[in-house]
Design a protein around this ligand. Structure first.
Ligand code: GTP
Ligand code: MG
Length: 297
């Protein structure tokens, strides 16, 4: 068998500053909305595996929280650890930046990638760069940051250059048989995605600060035939946040629940009955014990 047709498989860590479009890119590459997306920084809080299996390659992507150098509470530190982990443990690293910006946090994360690791610089959001002549010098500057395996400008929104990126990733992956069954899309369970989809709606619905101090916990997840009966709690940091999440006569909570349920029904391919509660756990983002209870080790 020639090198061209040999089967390849490996892990690909998707890492970068918050909001550069890592989760959007994962969803575009695997062709399924798996990882949650919002315009707010640090939307992703967990490592999310998305698997794409083709005739000659199995791509095992790991999306990670945005790496940031600004806020330093315990939650931020936990998220930075996860971001770094994704960049250190993979066969190939996608270092995702946002055209035409290159800032300290981009470089700080890149510096944490071991020097023997294959890194592909992914310059995302090129759809927002109207004058092409601005993009070329920017790409040249990016190329000087490290000895990259490849540099690929893309748009996770339009899908521009997705095929080129997959091709570059394939050539960086080791020759190996597939690890996961062909039909497997992720290693996370439905309970995980149920919580994530509720959190996405919180991030999309609430104002600037609130989403960061909220977390979602699934209290009960029961399957009755094709129906899933799910009960979840939205934990907020302060008593005063509760009425904001609930909204006038419960309107906001209802909107969050409806939007999350629709996404769940699409992803799980079945009916969902969702009950949401809002409760207060004071100061959890800076309390190690509360963080552990909510799944941050
Ligand atoms: N115009 C444009 N917007 C994009 C593109 N990719 C992502 N976005 C938007 O950028 C915002 C952030 O996208 P995410 O995919 O959540 O970014 P992320 O890097 O996963 O963010 P964190 O999880 O917070 O680190 C969202 O509003 C996306 O719709 C792109 O290629 N073009
Ligand atoms: Mg994300």
């Amino acid at each position: 068998m020639s090198e061209e047709t040999e089967y390849r498989c490996g892990t690909i860590g998707i890492a970068g500053r918050p909001n550069t479009g890592k989760s959007s890119l994962l969803n575009k590459l695997i062709g399924q909305k798996l990882s949650i997306v919002s315009p707010k920084a640090q939307t992703t809080r967990h490592l999310v595996t998305g698997i794409l299996t083709t005739a000659d390659t199995q791509y095992v992507f790991v999306d990670s929280p945005g790496f940031q150098t600004l806020h330093r509470n315990i939650l931020n530190r936990a998220l930075n650890r996860r971001a770094t982990e994704a960049a250190q443990d993979a066969d190939v690293v996608l270092w995702v930046i946002e055209a035409p910006k290159l800032v300290d946090a981009d470089r700080a994360l890149l510096a944490r990638v071991p020097s023997d690791r294959k890194v592909i610089a992914v310059v995302n959001k090129i759809d927002l760069v109207k004058e092409r002549e601005r993009l070329i010098p920017f790409l040249a500057k990016v190329a000087g940051e490290r000895d990259f395996f490849a540099l690929v400008p893309v748009s996770a929104r339009t899908g521009r250059n997705s095929a080129e990126l997959l091709k570059a990733i394939r050539s960086a992956l080791p020759v190996a048989p597939a690890i996961y069954p062909v039909e497997q899309l992720t290693d996370r369970d439905e309970r995980f995605f149920a919580a994530e989809l509720i959190r996405e709606k919180l991030f999309r619905t609430l104002g600037e600060e609130l989403p960061y101090s909220s977390e979602v916990v699934i209290d009960s997840f029961k399957e009755e035939g094709t129906l899933r009966r799910i009960e979840a709690t939205i934990w907020v940091d302060r008593e005063g946040h509760k009425p904001i999440v609930i909204g006038d006569k419960g309107s906001r909570l209802k909107a969050i629940g409806t939007a999350a349920r629709k996404d769940m029904e699409r992803l799980f391919d079945g009916k969902v009955f969702l009950t949401l509660w809002v409760k207060v756990k004071r100061g959890w983002t800076d309390d190690e014990r509360a963080m552990r209870t909510l799944g941050y080790g």
